[in-house]
Design a protein around this ligand. Structure first.
Ligand code: SF4
Length: 119
């Protein structure tokens, strides 16, 4: 077994996002326009990253927050309503008025609690 097999995130070692924490993760109470601008720059970095597929696979399997593989929390939720999410980003997402996000959250709630009756 080589070192990469021991470290499930070995692929990130040489990724272009290394050290760019402020670009890939928002600050507490970040303004929406600031977030949009920051995330656009982060997505542009991801576009040229050779690790993007492994990164996406990791982000869809772990409760990460921020931009991973060019996706933010809403993107991950929309592609898979049951994706693991950190409580804090999930709290923010739940305030979204985007109908697609609202629908994904409803699907998520049904997956988490299949006994729940439709309201
Ligand atoms: S796809 Fe983006 S977030 Fe993922 S390792 Fe590459 S640069 Fe970093």
């Amino acid at each position: 077994m080589n070192a990469a097999e021991f470290n499930p995130m070995a692929w990130i070692k040489d990724a272009p996002c290394t050290g760019a924490t402020d670009l890939f993760f928002g600050k507490y109470k970040e303004r929406p326009q600031t977030r949009e601008n920051r995330e656009a720059k982060a997505r542009a970095v991801c576009e040229s990253c050779v690790a993007i597929e492994k990164c996406r696979e990791f982000a869809h399997s772990n409760p990460v927050d921020g931009i991973w593989a060019g996706e933010n929390e809403e993107d991950r939720l929309l592609s898979d309503p049951a994706v693991p999410l950190n409580p804090e980003p999930l709290r923010i997402i739940k305030r979204s008025e985007d109908p697609m996000v609202v629908a994904a959250l409803e699907i998520r709630a049904k997956v988490e609690n299949p006994q729940q009756k439709a309201s």
